[in-house]
Ligand binder design. Structure first.
Ligand SMILES: Cc1cc2nc3c(=O)[nH]c(=O)nc-3n(C[C@H](O)[C@H](O)[C@H](O)COP(=O)(O)OP(=O)(O)OC[C@H]3O[C@@H](n4cnc5c(N)ncnc54)[C@H](O)[C@@H]3O)c2cc1C
Length: 385
């Protein structure tokens, strides 16, 4: 299911679903800082969030290209997939590195939407992008691990049953290598919330359900360790290509939404007795945004195709994320400019989408770190950090 014709029914189905969640819905949530529970429930019921879970575990068993098309259409419809996109890809770590028992225990429930695994606890206040210096520890105690520390920007923690947690199990100075000594756990937050886990929401410039979480002697059963102790960094890294491709696809969707809005406004808005879009000063930025979006879209497709073929796509996934995040931000800026004052009015939805799409040049990985990756791993330049 990789070519455009095959994907047309999926794209249409996503668009039809999103039509039930128009601008007014998102504006109200934005004002109330509320979670789009009805929208997430509808996507779950339709099976879209289970796109990448194999059929043997009750998922839809779709390709990365199809999953990317789903995320793109959500954004292109004016909706915001960030409320739930991690439900689609966080399970990949369990799928690739979990035991047979863990896959049976979690994946069917995730596929049905009964279990929400959409909290991803990696970033910490002091380590930031330097993941290997994270300080949260998990110390083995009999048949449990005892977790102490803090994460920040743990998005959707209040709307998730499970969290994928990266913690240090071997002190850095005793670890066999630079990347060893970190381990990945599945934390059942339903139990942990009353017993060692505290969640504090963080208010941000957009309605993004993000939080900081604190662990105080939180006990995690040893059977919730994914793969081998000490190899967690590798498992987390292996899931990042999927995340980057899907978020790049979301950016493409955002860019399409901004370009569509700007083009139609520029055709209709008459100033000085003619449509503003007749002025090259107005039409060129729209055309430039379109060209940037199309170029980024090609890279997203290439990264998806490599991913599906089981080939290394680290460079392409990073480049896709970079180009797409730049394209969506450029389109957002252009769309505000094209609308003049109305770009700032809440009822046009542009200022909301503008705030939402701004995130993607910073998270889940910031532009500079992608440039460093390409410089080092593709161009053979010295490591800069
Ligand atoms: C809304 C939101 C949601 C998020 N959701 C999650 C989540 O669910 N789970 C999670 O684990 N994390 C999440 N994050 C965290 C996100 O991944 C980080 O914010 C991001 O990776 C940048 O890390 P930082 O904020 O600590 O910035 P820092 O690491 O402090 O960096 C600050 C700036 O310095 C630059 N910089 C740092 N080091 C270098 C260097 N060596 N060379 C060049 N430039 C450098 C960075 O590129 C950045 O621009 C989220 C963040 C936000 C804002």
């Amino acid at each position: 299911m990789t070519d455009a014709t095959d994907l047309a029914p999926i794209r249409e189905a996503v668009r039809a679903l999103c039509a039930d969640f128009p601008g007014e819905y998102w504006r109200r949530l934005d004002r109330e800082r509320a979670y789009p529970a009805e929208f997430v429930a509808a996507l779950t019921k339709a099976g879209f969030l289970a796109a990448l879970i194999p059929e043997q575990y009750g998922g839809s068993g779709l390709t990365m290209t199809a999953a990317a098309a789903i995320m793109e259409e959500i954004q292109a419809s004016g909706c915001n997939g960030a409320a739930c996109h991690a439900q689609m890809y966080t399970m990949g770590t369990v799928l690739r590195h979990g035991s047979a028992a863990q896959k049976e225990r979690y994946l069917p429930g995730i596929a049905r939407g009964e279990l929400r695994l959409q909290a991803f606890g990696v970033t910490e206040p002091t380590s930031g992008t330097d993941t290997l210096s994270l300080r949260t520890t998990a110390i083995r105690d009999g048949d449990h691990y005892v977790v102490n520390g803090q994460k920040i920007w743990t998005s959707r923690a209040e709307h998730s049953d499970l969290m994928l947690l990266l913690a240090r199990t071997t002190p850095r100075e005793q670890a066999k290598s630079r990347t060893a000594g970190l381990s990945v756990f599945i934390v059942d937050m339903r139990q942990a919330k009353n017993d060692g886990l505290t969640i504090h929401p963080i208010r941000t410039m957009m309605n993004h359900a993000t939080t900081e979480v604190f662990f105080e002697n939180m006990r995690v059963p040893a059977q919730n360790l994914i793969g081998n102790e000490g190899e967690g960094f590798r498992y987390i890294i292996s899931g990042m290509n999927a995340e980057r491709i899907l978020i790049a696809a979301e950016c493409i969707g955002d860019a399409k939404w901004f370009i569509d809005r700007a083009s139609s406004y520029a055709r209709d808005r008459v100033v000085f007795g003619r449509p503003i879009g007749q002025n090259q000063g107005v039409q060129f930025p729209i055309a430039r945004a379109y060209i940037g979006m199309r170029a980024a879209e090609l890279m997203v497709r290439e990264a998806s195709a490599l991913y599906e073929a089981g080939k290394d796509c680290g460079a392409e996934a990073n480049m896709a994320k970079h180009l797409a995040a730049e394209a969506s931000w450029a389109a957002a800026d252009m769309c505000v400019q094209t609308h003049g004052g109305f770009g700032f009015a809440e009822e046009f939805d542009i200022e909301r989408k503008f705030r939402e799409t701004r995130l993607y040049t910073v998270a889940p990985i910031s532009t500079n770190l992608i440039l460093s990756y390409i410089a080092e791993h593709v161009l053979g330049l010295p490591r800069s950090y």
